[in-house]
Design a binder for this molecule. Sequence first.
Ligand code: NAD
Length: 476
Amino acid sequence: MEYPELTLLIGGRAVPAGQRPGLEVIDPATREVLGRVPVASPDDIDEALEAAHRAFPGWRDTAPLERAAILRRAATLMRERTARLAWLITRELGKPLTESEKEVATAAEMFEWGAEEARRTYGRLIPGRVGGIRQMAIPEPIGPVAAFSGWNAPAITPSRKIAGALAAGCSIVIKPSEETPAIALEIGRALTDAGLPAGVLNMVFGDPGDISRRLIESPLIRMVTFTGSTSIGRELAVMAANGLKRATLELGGHAPVLVYGDADPVNAADTVLAAKLRNSGQICTSPTRMYVHESVYEPFVERLAERARSWRVGNGLDAGVQMGPLANPRRLAAMETMVADALKHGAELAAGGQRLDLPGWFWAPTVLRDAGPDCLASNTEPFGPLALVQPFRDPDEALALANRLPFGLAAYVFTRDAATARIASERIESGVVCINHCQASLPETPFGGVKDSGLGKEGGVEGLQEFMQVKYVSQM
Ligand code: NAD
């Protein structure tokens, strides 16, 4: 398979690089330069804005069933093209091909969910105070959307934003990550091939700061949606607030895992480790801070470390590989700093802890035991294959530990006791709580964080509503 020529997508046209400067896209498993993504000029961005603005009324007025048909066709095309799409994800991001195939399937499902739910954007009739009056609350699409997605779920994240906006009847300008542009462009191509009218979806790449400023400050944009780090999310939220625009922000996490004394430590360790090492730990819901009751602490740590040591790490294109490289050298440097700091603060290495002697940005699956609250990794999202384990004595202490950080995206609880599960799910400050498993998000469920982990929801009915505003119509 060949890596494609990278373009922008503006007004239904694939715009080639031409004289524009380019940014290198690098395969993290080999450090090979795959291609160059064109940097959009201010004129390109303005053109994308104009295209989204012009396309909005037509798309808004397209019947939901017609919109749904296009989204469904796009999903079918993505499924038919799975081999190519998955290959692109693995080349750009590094994760194993089987994981990439699952990501393509989930991304296609995002469009199917949007297609199904578009026909159910119901309003409400409110009884009038006098006869002969009709009072209606009518949801309508909010308008052209500016979207920004990260590199770590390079098909799912843009798909969730594009599917939500399109299903609701909005047009969109999206800036996917410059580190994973080809997969995003393929999603755009599936929508174009499915018959999406020109200008409803536009894609630009370039300097993230310049592009986000120009898009968010434009009066043509009515909503902002971002997935990435908390610090950038905060900046974009301020810009959106200045323009009184809605912002949904899906930001970093630092997911706690509570393993109570009545849980099976081996089963819990197996479940948590598989979730931890998915995409080399570069997932915002990745289980990271593991608080384990002292009665099951040793068997839990032992199993976690044993599984981590036996995990097969390598090029994601090779059969049997369970974990690929880190996506970029920034993550490798972060792992080095965090592990050295944790050891200085008294943590002990139970597995991994070093680079691997392979050509790309590889880091061994790492388990740090007795990692206290003072080390860097206990406070900053590692976004890598790093698990921190610490014992607890009583349930209140465990809940306090789970809530000790300003993040609140996902949390995991392992217990066989219904009352413990209920109390934990009520008291943990988090957008998502999973009991006895680690599947934090699906196309049909609401996903999003509290506190520093974000604002608003993506996915589910709630996610679709983010792209809509309610108009009150009162008719005599
Ligand atoms: P980063 O903050 O530099 O970038 C994160 C994403 O935001 C990238 O896709 C980037 O292109 C984009 N971005 C950066 N500046 C932007 C701006 N001004 N306007 C719009 N988009 C902008 O971080 P990074 O080095 O790529 O990743 C580091 C951290 O980011 C990770 O540790 C993790 O906490 C977080 N992150 C979270 C998610 C998530 O799914 N919530 C995704 C990617 C990164």
